[in-house]
Design a protein around this ligand. Structure first.
Ligand code: SF4
Length: 273
């Protein structure tokens, strides 16, 4: 029996024992489940500014954990080792309870909570929901770093439990997202919905020749300002990674885009420079 996955715009057809594009969703006992539930590929106590979150609990640290898999395959992915490979057999398995206990132990080192990051967390939303529910019982902050390319059914589950988001806005044109085989409308919907109830910051990695035009930044900044001009925007510098071989983004270009964004937004930061 096959079933269309409703987690993201791709709508993969899933079958018992056969994985979707993200390598995470599959059908088990007739149900769409996450293979990466409780699987951790990496964990670190990171400064909150590294997420990046500039205006959420500045100066603090957060237990940051990643699993594997992604519903996108951006050629410049900085974490392609974990986002693009099926690490089902090599991850460490933890329960939500164990993760929260570890976060509580790390309070002694200024830890404020748990961030799901490094790979795309929302394709494994059940583990996030279960972990964040426990975080709420223990006064721990909850953070998501995501590409935001998921459907409303996922947002409905995690929005009420998430204190802060950093959402990638990888391009502000349909073509830019099409080239990445992504979906701009899903990402815009995620930003709009999350910013109604949580702290939201946005990151745009500027890749030469893909999304570095002044016009595109002008439209992006205007759109963000139409939601809330206080939403922080991180304009970050690209370096060659994985399949993308372009030279790093020119710093003067980043500064030009920063000036454009500042015409509309109150908090604009340059990153990776
Ligand atoms: S979450 Fe994974 S399986 Fe489901 S539609 Fe998206 S890529 Fe396909």
């Amino acid at each position: 029996m096959s079933e269309k996955c409703d987690i993201c715009f791709r709508g993969c057809t899933l079958e018992e024992g056969r994985n979707g594009y993200c390598k995470v969703r599959t059908i088990k006992d007739g149900k769409n489940v996450s293979r990466s539930y409780g699987l951790i590929s990496s964990a670190a106590l990171d400064p909150i500014e590294k997420k990046p979150l500039a205006l959420f609990e500045p100066g603090s640290y957060i237990l940051s954990v990643g699993s594997y898999g992604c519903n996108l395959s951006c050629p410049f992915c900085q974490n392609h080792e974990i986002s693009q490979n099926d690490l089902y057999s090599s991850c460490e398995r933890v329960s939500a309870q164990e993760l929260v206990r570890q976060a509580l132990r790390l309070k002694a080192y200024d830890n404020i909570g748990i961030a799901f990051t490094y790979n795309e967390p929302l394709i494994n939303y059940e583990f996030i929901r279960d972990t964040f529910e426990l975080c709420k019982e223990h006064d721990l902050k909850t953070v998501l770093i995501t590409s935001g390319a998921v459907n409303d059914c996922v947002l409905d589950e995690v929005l009420p439990l998430t204190d802060a988001w950093n959402i990638d806005l990888k391009s502000f044109t349909e073509k830019g997202y099409k080239d990445l085989k992504g979906d701009l409308e899903s990402v815009k919907n995620c930003i709009v919905r999350a910013s109604r109830v949580s702290h939201v910051e946005i990151t745009t990695l500027v890749v030469p020749g893909r999304n570095d035009s002044a016009k595109e930044m002008e439209e992006e900044a205007k759109w963000i300002a139409s939601i809330n001009p206080d939403i922080p925007l991180h304009i970050t510098r690209y370096f060659p990674r994985w399949k993308e071989k372009e030279e790093p983004t020119d710093i003067d270009k980043l500064k030009e885009l920063e000036e454009i964004a500042k015409k509309y937004l109150n908090h604009v930061f340059l990153g990776n420079i």
